[in-house]
Every structure is written in structure tokens, then in C-alpha cells.
Design a protein around this ligand. Structure first.
Ligand code: FAD
Length: 222
């Protein structure tokens, strides 16, 4: 599998813990919206530590963009990426990923699980094909919502934010449950795209199947 050395052209935080990277695009490197690649930092102690990140830009742009949630609580790759800026080199692998657009449906994202949907939505929006798609986007609180303005511009009333830790009575987090989905989704025969923490994808897949979704209509990573 090929590896490519790419320079970071721009890096900036877009909210309190998510950092956006623009990197060089190797010649003839192509990807499908929804795909990402393995990424390592080209420093002696980090160059073998590959982690997966998803491209968020349009396939027609001559750079690659990804957005990384930085975990400051342990000394992993994302903490190091928090300190890595324009001019540094990254190593990327070949594009991979199972999430791809198949047709209108409901997108369910948890936290940084929004990233494969960003490239898909940007592509659909540019081609005027957003109609019939809905996004349910779950975060701990509104400050964690990535690209709120752009998502609202692209999806308008079809973006439904869900906050697990805001306006809670007591301290237990709220979760998207079957009643919430029944309220919002009226047709369970459409496509469902799911991306987020393992528990999020597992729990929501089960609820959707219980409510009549077909296994073949669930688009998930892995
Ligand atoms: C296909 C795919 C695509 C992805 N795309 C993206 C993307 O576009 N953007 C994005 O932000 N993420 C994405 N991820 C997730 C991303 O790969 C992980 O967040 C990243 O690998 C974490 O790397 P790390 O070295 O910082 O943490 P790791 O050391 O790999 O740890 C991973 C997890 O364990 C926890 N953890 C581990 N050790 C400790 C510790 N000592 N203390 C506290 N917590 C700990 C961390 O909180 C974290 O959740 C993707 C994952 C996959 C599989």
C-alpha cells in the first residue's frame, strides 16, 4: 500500500477541540466522498503511528482537507496534531472507507462522525442534489457542533441538532431513542447513514432495524 509525504498548507482550530488541516494532494490521488486515509506525523517518534481520518473537501479541489478532534487527555496522535501546524509534513496512505452516498436518506452522526458526511453534503450541495436528505447530528453540547453554519446553510430545516448534555435535568446524558426517531422519521424504507462512536452506531442501527429499516439500507463504516 502506497504512502505519500504531504505538507500541511494550513491548520486552524474551528471549535474548542477540532482542528482543520489543509494538506497537499499527491498527483493523481483520488477519493470518493466519505472516504479517508491513515495519517501519521512525519517525526521520528510519530511516523509509525497511523490513525484514520476522513477527507472533508470536494474531490475536485487540488488539496486534501480533514478535521480532527484533538484528545488532550492522553499523549496520542491527535494531541500531537494539536501542536502540528503549517509547514510540517504528514504521511498519508491510500484512500479507504465504506461510507458512500447511495441515494437520499437520513444521516445520523455522533461528534466527529460527521466528517464523512461533510464531503458528501458539500458534493450534493454543489450539484444541487440536497433534496430529500436529512441530518440528525448528536453532540454533547452546542459548542461541540462542527461547521454549524455551513451545515445549516446546506440542509436548512433538514438539520436536526441533538445535545446529550444540554438542558438536562440531573446529570445523566440523554440519548437519541426510538421515540425521537419515530417523531422525526416517517419513512423507514430509505437509506440510513450512520457514523460515530461504536455504541452510537450499534444502538441506533438496532433501533432503526426494529422500526422497519432494511439491513441493506444501513450505510456504516466497517
Ligand atoms: C475510518 C475512520 C475514520 C475516522 N475519521 C476521523 C475524522 O475525520 N476526524 C476525527 O477526529 N476522528 C476520526 N476518526 C477517529 C480517529 O481515528 C481517532 O480519534 C484517533 O485515532 C485517536 O487517535 P489518538 O492517537 O489521539 O488516540 P488513541 O490513542 O488511538 O486513542 C483512541 C481513543 O481512546 C481514548 N484513550 C486512549 N488512551 C487514553 C488515555 N490514556 N486517557 C484517556 N483516553 C484515552 C481516547 O479518548 C480516544 O477516544 C476516524 C476513525 C475511523 C476508524
Amino acid at each position: 500500500m502506497g504512502h505519500y509525504l504531504v505538507k500541511i498548507l494550513d491548520a486552524e482550530f474551528i471549535n474548542h477541540d477540532v482542528k482543520r488541516f489543509i494538506v497537499e494532494r499527491p498527483p493523481e490521488y483520488s477519493f470518493i466522498p466519505g472516504q479517508g486515509s491513515e495519517v501519521a506525523i512525519d517525526l521520528p517518534q510519530w511516523k509509525n503511528e497511523f490513525r484514520s481520518f476522513t477527507f472533508t473537501n470536494l474531490t475536485t479541489q487540488n488539496y486534501l482537507e480533514f478535521m480532527v478532534k484533538i484528545y488532550e487527555d492522553h499523549n496520542g496522535v491527535t494531541k500531537q496534531l494539536g501542536k502540528t501546524n503549517a509547514g510540517a509534513d504528514l504521511i498519508i496512505g491510500e484512500p479507504f472507507g465504506a461510507i458512500a452516498y447511495k441515494g437520499p436518506g437520513v444521516f445520523l452522526a455522533g461528534g466527529s462522525g460527521i466528517t464523512p458526511f461533510i464531503s458528501i453534503f458539500r458534493t450534493l450541495y454543489k450539484e444541487n442534489l440536497m433534496r430529500g436528505n436529512k441530518l440528525i447530528y448528536s453532540n454533547k453540547s452546542s459548542e461541540d457542533f462542527i461547521l454549524a453554519q455551513e451545515l445549516q446553510k446546506m440542509l436548512k430545516k433538514d438539520v436536526i441538532p441533538f445535545f446529550t448534555h444540554e438542558r438536562n435535568i440531573g446529570f445523566a446524558p440523554k440519548h437519541i431513542d426510538r421515540y425521537f426517531l419515530i417523531d422525526i422519521i416517517h419513512d423507514f424504507s430509505q437509506y440510513f447513514y450512520l457514523c460515530g462512536p461504536d455504541g452510537f452506531v450499534k444502538d441506533l442501527s438496532k433501533i432503526l432495524l426494529d422500526l422497519g429499516a432494511n439491513l441493506e439500507s444501513l450505510v456504516v463504516e466497517g
